[in-house]
Ligand binder design. Sequence first.
Ligand SMILES: Cc1ncc(COP(=O)(O)O)c(C=O)c1O
Length: 441
Amino acid sequence: MGSCLQPARTNHRTIEVQNERLATADATPPIGAQSEPLAAIGDFPLLQRHQDGRRLVYLDSAATAQKPRVVLDAIDDYYRRYNANVHRGVYRIAAEATERYEAARAAAAGLVGAHPKGTVFTRNATEAINLVAYSWARHELAAGDEVVLTVMEHHSNIVPWQLVCAERGARLRYVSLREDGTLDLDELDQLLASGRVRLVAVAHVSNVLGTINPVEEVVRRAHAAGALVLVDGAQAVPHMPVDVAAIGADFYAWTGHKALGPTGIGVLHAAPELLERMPPFLGGGHMIARVDLDSSTFNEPPWKFEAGTSPIAEAVGLAAAIEYLRGLGLERVREHERQLTEYALARLAELPFVRVFGPRDVSQRGGVVSFALDGVHPHDVAEICDRHAVCVRAGHHCAQPLMRALGVPATTRASLHAYNSRDDIDRLREALAAAHQLFSS
Ligand SMILES: Cc1ncc(COP(=O)(O)O)c(C=O)c1O
């Protein structure tokens, strides 16, 4: 553990960044719909909280999102009214639990246009990616094969591949970034030209730069070169319409807690036939067809990959989150966050001591804004923000290779969801101005 903890505080007071300053305040969009949150903050019990007499502003949804009351109620209802294990009991509440659990699978599949039989529940996105590494890659990769990642990946989409490549004698290669924080697809083509690439694993949306990667194009190019593709959709599914069939990736992973759902549940989508051909990841109860003393046969997908008691309460909570998100409309969530990001970039551009990373074009970025303050360490920035009751994250964001590529030890990150408004961005701006003043005096 600990790899995702914040790096030790350093003496860096001046952070060298490669990105240019953003344009000036002329770019500030007029006040419009985003002065109000899209999701009523009254729906979110935690957002009623005050800190030091001020409304708490939550700008860390890329780490985990807040939960609407309907999600909390659904979980509570499961434990109070039909708590029973799934797929086992014949009594009515067990049947009800099973029905709700499988309905949650159908909801998760339906949210992204996937097939329920190709939709596996895991503990989180990390486990979904590990499932592919240990089940598919561990058996498919041979010495000399290559796996291509990008420099902007979360550790969850790097470390499993390092482990499996080391075991199989395969080689890891990386697509680097252009200066604006977008992927260099020419470099992807050059890597694919080796003819040895078996898998390309790429984030749909960067958790640091906010970059929305052209995953359909990545899939097209990778497939043409005979490689499979895994897309890490942890930062995409909660914020925009995603159609896994249109993207065409072989594997698509995401995680419930960033999608307004509970912790402890993740999702892997893959073609049922592909899952059929893959050996089990974890062994145990529930994933088997028959167990003999020396060997076993296995259940069909997706249950073949769900060993042990399932995350039942988590699935029920996730189904409620999906219903809530669909009620908001993912097109509208995306548009809300796009406009709010534009507003945030403009407001931060008014502060000459703030440098923002990632694409300037908000059509190419999600609601994640990482930045550096001249002369103030990101941890100090986050601490001052907390004094202003504004929650932002500081650290490497589980993306140390990306930090090195950016030439910084860490960044401060503000990340949005449907419950944020322009007022939240104004509160952030005020806190950043205070941090600058404190450290420059
Ligand atoms: C892009 C990306 N991938 C994967 C993950 C891992 O998600 P989880 O911790 O739920 O497995 C995260 C979490 O921050 C992420 O941002």
